[in-house]
Design a binder for this molecule. Structure first.
Ligand SMILES: Cc1cc2nc3c(=O)[nH]c(=O)nc-3n(C[C@H](O)[C@H](O)[C@H](O)COP(=O)(O)OP(=O)(O)OC[C@H]3O[C@@H](n4cnc5c(N)ncnc54)[C@H](O)[C@@H]3O)c2cc1C
Length: 435
């Protein structure tokens, strides 16, 4: 008899686990509480899906056991992901820094390829099924099925025609169901981007099974900062180097395009260290970001510039600083320094000018909190890897596996998070089929 493998969650890791188990000859069912699978995949890479990264993974992941993360990813690396997608007819290309995308640059191509493969392998996909409980003793899952109304246009029987108001997405009733499994893969995601279905319910299921969950916090997210002035510089994009200071110690440095928003800082360099900031704030530690808006000027060149400033004494201070950084930043620095923007350089001492330049190179802002889970791409925290074995099987309940973001691992931007989902999904799917 074919082994029954049930997967909770039709995201990247769940679909990968399903395909792997089905290829091993199992009868596979995916339970997904949204009305379709793979919603988060469609959101990735700005709709282009940065599906993996072919560079060395050292330093690209965070978690409490980074060595274990490397071991897991190296056992199903990017090259295998690229081959897997090629095998299902989806070709990839490198865009930059090892970041791999579908050649179509459309996330829909990735999801279409995965769904077609599921169909080809006879994988049963039950959408609108919210898993509420796992009973490991009996190998049973309880779920609530949402029954949705059918729109007039789709309804051949004409049942809903009378009201004319029923929308396709309306849930008209809920039914409780049970399903039996031989092996189970919990691939229910995290709390990041709950609109995609990743609403944290996987953590609850894991806790009910006796697992620990390291407090999930938003990661790859914008940071909120103190300062009324942010409204005046919102929308500015600047090439900058940003240092993250936790309790006055520099914990990370990133260079790239910084985006200033009404409430704080954003952009890839901020995303990359946001998980460190979020956790430090959670631990009530002091968190600051120090911005260098003038990365193009060395220390020596800065000194020369300040010394030679008198040659530009016919300029106003706003005009002088405006030649170095975005005008809105120049105006802001004048304001903080209590200088009228139309003050001429001739009227200012070298010391004051040096202080203005110093502020542009060491602009310190207090980080107060990370933006919400709604805006986060991933979560830090989750189920500790110490609670699962090398096949992704729970050390508490045999026959139950975990895959994807629900585990304590988060990667930086660049395709590393989807790679974690593919790697863990493939390993868990194989384990579940053989258990
Ligand atoms: C805007 C955005 C852009 C991103 N861009 C990239 C990128 O370019 N490259 C990259 O590598 N990563 C990117 N990521 C991160 C990446 O998408 C995730 O790390 C990855 O998709 C996680 O896969 P997963 O299968 O673990 O979880 P998910 O994709 O979250 O899947 C979990 C699934 O489980 C379902 N589910 C949850 N609870 C239940 C339940 N109780 N019952 C039934 N179903 C349930 C959910 O509806 C969901 O479909 C991005 C994320 C976001 C939000």
């Amino acid at each position: 008899m074919n082994k029954k493998v049930v997967i909770i969650g039709g995201g990247a890791s769940g679909i990968m686990a399903a395909i792997t188990a089905a290829r091993e000859g199992c009868k596979v069912t995916i339970l997904e509480h949204k009305d379709r699978v793979g919603k988060k995949i469609l959101m990735t890479g700005n709709g282009k899906c940065n599906l993996t990264n072919s560079s060395d993974i050292t330093g690209k992941y965070y978690g409490n056991d980074v060595k274990r993360i490397y071991k897991i990813v190296n056992s199903y690396p990017a090259s295998q992901t690229i081959d897997f997608f090629k095998g299902i007819g989806l070709y990839t290309k490198e865009k930059r820094d090892g970041g791999m995308y579908p050649v179509s640059e459309q996330a829909t191509s990735v999801l279409d390829a995965l769904r077609t493969e599921c169909r080809h392998l006879g994988i049963n996909i039950l959408t609108d099924c919210d898993v509420t409980r796992v009973i490991p003793e009996n190998g049973i899952i309880e779920y609530t099925e949402y029954i949705r109304a059918v729109s007039d246009t789709q309804n051949n029987t004409g049942k809903n025609k009378k009201s004319g108001k029923v929308k396709v997405a309306d849930i008209i009733c809920k039914e409780n169901g049970k399903i039996k499994y031989d092996s189970l893969v919990i691939a229910a995601g995290s709390k990041a981007a709950p609109v995609s279905g990743s609403d944290g319910s996987g953590y609850r299921l894991a806790k009910e099974l006796g697992h620990t969950v390291i407090e999930p916090l938003p990661a790859l997210v914008q940071l909120k900062c103190e300062g009324d002035y942010f409204k005046s510089i919102a929308g500015v994009r600047a090439q900058a180097e940003i240092s993250l200071l936790i309790d006055n110690e520099c914990m990370a440095k990133q260079e790239g395009e910084l985006q200033l928003t009404e409430y704080g800082i954003s952009g890839i360099p901020v995303f990359q260290f946001s998980r460190i900031a979020a956790r430090a704030i959670y631990e009530k530690r002091k968190c600051f970001a120090e911005i260098n808006f003038m990365t193009y000027m060395s220390e020596k060149q800065t000194k020369e510039f300040i010394n030679d400033c008198k040659q530009l004494e016919y300029k106003t201070i706003e005009e002088l600083l405006g030649g170095l950084v975005h005008k809105k930043i120049a105006v802001l620095v004048c304001k903080i320094m209590n200088l009228k923007t139309d003050t001429h350089v001739a009227e200012l001492s070298k010391k004051i000018i040096a202080e203005c330049i110093n502020m542009l190179q060491h602009f310190k802002v207090k980080v107060t909190e990370a933006n919400s889970f709604d805006n986060a791409q991933v979560c830090s925290g989750g189920i500790p890897l110490s609670e699962i074995d090398d096949t992704m099987q729970s050390k508490i309940h045999s026959g139950i596996y975990f895959a994807g973001e629900i585990l304590d691992c988060d990667g930086i931007c660049g395709g590393y998070n989807l790679q974690w989902a593919w790697s863990t999904g493939a390993i868990a799917g194989k384990g579940a089929s053989r258990q």
